[in-house]
Design a protein. Structure first.
Length: 356
């Protein structure tokens, strides 16, 4: 088993695109680590650079403390699962799974044993003699995983392995993958553009944008306390409210926003400051009766059913604010409401840099 240590890493393509642009991060031994970011932010390039399929332009990559920056891919001790699985269509499932062992000249009898065992671990029993074309998407995905695991790498690199599955199968495969990683205890870097998938699976998440790291933290940290408005916008199944606000020069403990004010850990230092106020819909409380203390006041525009919760959109003096409520307490359009929040949930971002 092994950790990964990346320092000052840049990968520049021949056309000049800096797909990875000065990245520092450490993945701990046995960790399930997610790389999350929008399409084109450099996730695949970073994974391929760790695997040695792209060469690093700057910086170093260490795996299990040894510097592998210039080591050829086959000798880095990593196994990668590609987004399209890259199975060999003319080979059987068994041959696909044990191909990396054949390359290393492992004896056929040993390979057969590995194929049987790995197929068992990945619920592929009975499919070993089939060709990839005779398998469902979910089965192909597990064969690709089986091949990576059978190669006995120290590190598993997964590039959007669930993105080709339909919604229901994706959820099943997600649970399966989480359990498998926990059972094997193998250091895993998992690439996804799906924030819900990253939150559900990972021990820690690195949020990337334009080749750079925007935040690194546990799912709880990146959800509850996004370090900047980019991460705030990207994480969460209901969009975080980002509202223009003002901290008065002479009034501490509140920030004024359209439709009223919210409690906040302010530090105006005697001057008026304009900020972006970040508050998750899940952390606002909606009341239809009078409230005391700082609150936003407005009128319900629309409510959307999310299952057990409803997302209610409130017009606060021309600014739209989202708040989630238990589905059975959903107020009708036109209702006058007040919104309150605890101080700790109200985040203040610098209006020009977008950072906390
Ligand atoms: P992601 O996996 O996050 O979608 P990629 O790593 O595929 O992002 O791409 C990052 C950037 O690098 C994009 O701007 C993409 O167009 C560019 N890019 C990817 N592969 C190549 C390549 N082989 N040559 C030149 N530019 C590339
Ligand atoms: Mg990609």
């Amino acid at each position: 088993m092994a950790g990964i240590d990346i320092e000052g890493l840049a990968t520049v393509y021949p056309n000049g695109v800096r797909a990875v642009d000065g990245l520092d991060l450490q993945v701990a031994d046995g960790e399930f680590f997610a790389l999350l970011g929008p399409s084109g932010c450099g996730k695949t390039t970073l994974l391929r650079t760790i695997a040695g399929l792209e060469s690093a332009t700057e910086g170093t990559i260490r795996i299990d403390t040894s510097d592998v920056t210039r080591t050829e891919p086959g000798k880095r001790g990593v196994a990668m699962v590609f987004q399209d699985y890259a199975l060999f269509p003319h080979m059987s499932v068994s041959e696909n799974i044990t191909y990396p062992l054949k390359v290393r000249r492992v004896a056929a009898a040993t390979r057969h044993g590995v194929a049987e065992r790995t197929a068992g671990e990945l619920s592929l029993q009975g499919l070993l003699e089939r060709k990839p074309g005779q398998l469902s998407g979910g089965q192909q995905q597990r064969v690709a995983l089986a091949r990576a695991i059978a190669s006995e790498g120290k590190v598993l690199l997964l590039d959007e392995p669930l993105s080709n599955l339909d919604a229901r199968l994706r959820l099943e495969a997600r649970t399966f993958l989480k359990k498998l990683q926990r059972d094997l205890g193998i250091t895993t870097v998992f690439v996804t553009h799906d924030q819900a998938e990253a939150l559900a699976l990972a021990d820690r998440i690195a949020v990337m944008d334009s080749g750079k790291l925007r935040q690194l933290g546990s799912p709880r940290e990146v959800f509850a306390r996004p370090a900047n408005t980019f991460v705030a916008n990207f994480i969460g199944s209901t969009p975080m409210n980002l509202l223009p606000g003002k901290i008065a020069a002479d009034l501490d403990g509140v920030v004024s926003v359209a439709g009223g004010s919210l409690p906040a850990a302010t530090s105006s230092a005697g001057r008026e400051v304009e900020v972006t106020v970040g508050i998750r819909p899940e952390y606002l409380t909606l009341s239809t009766s009078d409230v005391t203390g700082p609150a936003l006041h407005g009128e319900v525009v629309v409510a959307e059913n999310l299952g057990t919760q409803s997302l209610v959109t409130v017009d606060c003096d021309g600014t739209l604010v989202g708040v989630t409520v238990p589905e059975e307490t959903e107020p009708a359009a036109g209702t006058s409401v007040s919104l309150t929040a605890p101080t700790t949930r109200v985040l203040l971002y610098n209006q020009s840099t977008g950072e906390l």
